[in-house]
Design a protein around this ligand. Structure first.
Ligand code: PLP
Length: 426
């Protein structure tokens, strides 16, 4: 028995499923999750002292690699002054100013403590601002686990949502409409069906929770136009894409301005943080200036602000995002060539510092439907073969992969060589 296996069985007696967030349990790939003891640069180490080239990056925030010395230093310096005050600090202003500078569609921003809180609050705000109850989301997009957002499409497109978890009243879920990602016709049809009832569209501008699916040309602009036409709020959930796809997020990469943006993970440099912001006319609708209530004891936590500010400063380095994208591209091309050579049908997607690969005969994957039709059994075998090779991929076929500035060309080359050996065994 490995130490991870031992820890996992012990964990299961005190923690539901042995984990504090479901995807960590390896249900998507089978086997025992690795228990991590430390992480440095592009590497994570497990309790059995194995070292892995890590493409999970704490599910996104580690764009600068693990345990960056300058972020660590910023955290240690902040800790000297106490851990939390529940009162305003200058660091929160600095963070708000930095976010506004880097993401110009954000005129005002409110800090929260997770991505879930960011999207939940943005939805409440959009509903309060428009005085409409319905929201529109896309099948396969994940926006955290707030009740309104944990909803899947009903049978067939263009239907009212049904809860995707027990505990969510149907009366809540019925206000969540769900259509297919990258399908503008469905978006227009549902607005035609519910004119003046839809408060907002919430979208991952590059979908990262059904593997990695970038928007097709014109899709995001189409959403902008539909929202303008119907007086609905356009919300970009950039919890994953913010500061990763480009310094200004996917909205900069694709040059589309949303009304509200949700941010997360990255602006804490690895500490628990989220934020939502946008046009001040909308943002001034929240308490204490406006009527929509939103709050948080640990919001704007001084340690998280210190880590995040340093992370954003380092992420602002000239050319950093071009380099990140070059790494995603090299990885995708390497995987593609290795799969082609082994006769394994594969296709890849990438945008900035996020990427995905799909075991499929399809030439490209642009929809949730296609993502779910890929060869999931082959993915599972590939995942475990790569783990044996010392490469830690996301333990699910429906998650994007993440590169960091710390992944060297050598790391990428070694990963591709490992993939070549793994494909040969598939
Ligand atoms: N939105 C997106 C796009 C995400 O990927 C996630 C989490 O992965 C969330 C929201 C929820 O963030 P958190 O897990 O911090 O609540």
């Amino acid at each position: 028995m490995t130490i991870s296996q031992d820890l996992f069985s012990r964990a299961q007696t005190s923690i539901p499923g042995g984990v504090n967030s479901p995807v960590r349990a390896f249900n998507g790939v089978g086997g025992t999750p690795l228990f991590i003891t430390k992480a440095e640069g592009p590497f994570t180490y497990d309790a059995d002292n194995n070292c892995y080239i890590d493409y999970v990056g704490s599910w996104g925030p580690m764009i600068l690699g693990h345990n960056h010395p300058e972020i660590k230093q910023a955290v240690l310096a902040a800790v000297e002054n106490g851990l939390s005050y529940g009162a305003p600090t200058e660091a929160e202003i600095l963070m708000a100013e930095k976010v506004k500078e880097l993401v110009p569609s954000i005129e005002k921003v409110r800090m929260v403590s997770s991505g879930t809180e960011a999207t939940m609050s943005a939805i409440r705000l959009a509903r309060g601002y428009t005085n409409r109850d319905k929201i529109l989301k896309f099948e396969g997009c994940y926006h955290g686990h707030a009740d309104s957002l944990l909803v899947k499409a009903g049978s067939g497109a263009l239907t009212m949502g049904v809860p995707s978890s027990p505990g969510i009243p149907e009366d809540f879920a019925k206000h969540t409409l769900t259509v297919s990602f990258n399908n503008l016709d469905e978006v227009k049809a549902i607005f035609a069906q519910y004119p003046d009832e839809i408060s907002c569209i919430i979208v991952e501008p590059v979908a990262g929770n059904m593997n990695c699916i970038p928007p097709e040309p014109g899709f995001l602009q189409g959403l902008r136009d539909v929202c303008d036409e119907h007086g609905a709020v356009l919300i970009f959930d950039e919890v994953m894409t913010g500061f990763r796809v480009a310094l200004g997020g996917a909205q900069a990469y694709y040059d589309i301005q949303p009304d509200l943006t949700c941010l997360g993970k990255v602006i804490g440099g690895g500490m628990p943080v989220g934020a939502f912001g946008g046009k001040h006319a909308i943002m001034d609708y929240i308490a204490p200036v406006g009527p929509v209530y939103q709050a948080g004891t640990l919001s704007g936590n001084p340690i998280a602000m210190a880590a995040g500010l340093k992370a954003l400063e380092l992420l602002s380095a000239e050319g950093l995002h071009d380099e990140l994208e070059a790494k995603s591209k090299a990885l995708c091309e390497g995987f593609q060539q290795a799969a082609d050579a082994a006769g394994i049908p594969l296709t890849t997607n990438f945008a900035g510092g996020m990427y995905g690969f799909f075991f499929t005969d399809a030439e490209s994957v642009t929809s949730y439907q296609q993502a779910t039709e890929c060869d999931l059994e082959r993915f599972k075998r590939f995942f475990h073969l790569m783990l044996e090779e010392g490469v830690y991929l996301a333990p699910s076929a429906f998650e994007a992969g993440f590169v960091s500035t710390m992944h060297s060309n050598e790391d990428i080359k070694n990963t591709i060589a490992a993939a070549q050996r793994a494909f040969a065994k598939l």
